[in-house]
Design a protein around this ligand. Structure first.
Ligand code: PMT
Length: 400
């Protein structure tokens, strides 16, 4: 079976659970990681077993839970289990466990295998806000960062103790995204990526408008893939019903003109610009402020052309590396290549509108000066990761 991101061997996560109320969320995290194709080995501290049972974790992970140092005859559980892992994730990580990590303590199985590891360690703190802001905890967290340990969160919000503040563990879906991201090649570290996604909405009156069926799925998948690869991503998005990928800055707009303004304000700072949005070519010349009343007479709407965001960015004196998209319903190669040349783009991504819009899967053809390069049908996130690898190579090539 091919596991996460199409790799032949499934990646192994050792998930360490320590004793905090957020331990119940670790059950959902295991479920999400298994669904993503990871093999998950759970290890629990004694305190964690007060909050959630090893039986639950065993059932979800499909593996016996590691509970103490003496589970193999040689007493080498900490070495064997940490060597078998591609990454160790501690979620939730209590203030006490963070202190142990910061000081290199190894007085139970979980802290011992963290100390013995030769793989990345990711830690998701979860604690009361006072415990989090305590200078001792802050010192310890800084020490983890200095030791190359990834600290995921915490978030701000209501706490199990009834207080409100910083210290909530990130949600399982956010943690799963961060864990997947940690395995992606960091080809875009330090790169600023500006992009558009989704449809635009051109008002006719106070309640009606012209839009299209773009769901934003392709663009949001690209934003996620780019961020996973280390880019700093700003996503200018038309109206969609999607959650913003973790770590991505989202600017919400409605009309093509708003999208144009938002992109232009940020273009000077961008290294790469990708236009994935299905931008309305026309807008209503005089949208009515109030709802237009029905009448028996035929109605005509006067439309005027919108600015072309991508073409304008690509023709700046010192443009970012520009990538366009084209959704065509016929003669894809011919029309896509025409668009690429007309907008003077080093790279254009073609897809068939009837297969691409709104769907979870897609099929892409990349057009550049060297010809075309197909990316066969797959889910949009898989395609986005392949596309971003291609863009990273082309961007670096263009810079040489
Ligand atoms: O959102 P999904 O449901 O996942 O669907 C994804 C998608 C089909 C919308 C996406 O994959 C896609 O193909 N987007 C481009 C749609 C299109 O055909 O755009 P276009 O041919 O109108 O424009 C060509 C390029 O110029 C695009 O990069 C577009 O963003 C850009 N453009 C167009 C018009 C305009 N006024 N400004 C622009 O920047």
């Amino acid at each position: 079976m091919r596991g996460i991101m199409g790799q032949a061997r499934r990646k192994r996560i050792l998930l360490g659970i320590t004793g905090g109320i957020a331990a119940y969320k670790a059950a959902e995290l295991v479920r999400l990681l298994v669904k993503q194709g990871f093999e998950v080995q759970v290890a629990m501290t004694e305190a964690a077993t007060q909050f959630i049972t090893p039986t639950t974790m065993q059932a979800l992970s499909g593996q016996p839970v590691l509970l103490n140092q003496w589970q193999d005859e040689a007493g080498m559980t900490h070495i064997h289990s940490s060597r078998a892992a591609d990454a160790i994730v501690i979620a939730p990580a209590t203030a006490d466990f963070i202190a142990k990590l910061a000081h290199g303590m190894a007085d139970d199985l979980l802290s011992a295998l963290c100390l013995a590891r030769d793989c990345p360690l990711l830690v998701a703190p979860a604690m009361n806000k006072q415990m989090w802001s305590n200078p001792a905890t802050q010192r310890n967290v800084q020490q983890l960062a200095a030791d190359g340990i990834a600290v995921l969160g915490p978030a701000c919000g209501s706490q199990a103790c009834g207080e409100e503040g910083m210290g909530r563990m990130l949600e399982p879906a956010e943690l799963a995204d961060e864990i997947v991201a940690s395995f992606q090649p960091k080809l875009l570290t330090g790169i600023k990526l500006l992009m558009t996604a989704g449809p635009t909405y051109e008002a006719i009156d106070a309640v009606r408008g012209i839009t299209n069926r773009s769901s934003g799925k392709m663009g949001y998948a690209i934003a996620q893939a780019a961020r996973e690869m280390g880019a700093q991503v700003t996503l200018v998005s038309g109206p969609v019903a999607l959650t913003t990928p973790v770590g991505v800055e989202r600017i919400s707009v409605n009309s093509a003109q708003e999208m144009y303004d938002a992109v232009n304000r940020r273009a000077g700072d961008a290294d790469i610009f990708i236009g994935v949005a299905a931008v309305a070519d026309y807008r209503v010349a005089h949208p009515a402020e109030q709802k237009i009343k029905k009448s028996a007479a035929p109605m005509t709407l006067e439309l005027v052309a919108n600015p072309d965001i991508l073409a304008d960015i690509a023709s700046l004196p010192n443009p970012p590396f520009c990538v366009g998209f084209a959704a065509e319903s016929e003669r894809l190669a011919e029309y896509a290549e025409q668009k690429r040349r007309a907008k003077k783009l080093p790279l254009l991504v073609g897809n068939l509108a009837q297969q691409a819009i709104g769907s979870d899967d897609n099929e892409l053809i990349l057009f550049d000066d060297n010809g075309n390069h197909p990316l066969p049908r797959a889910d949009k996130l898989t395609l986005a990761r392949l596309l971003m690898q291609h863009i990273a190579q082309r961007y670096k090539g263009a810079k040489l």
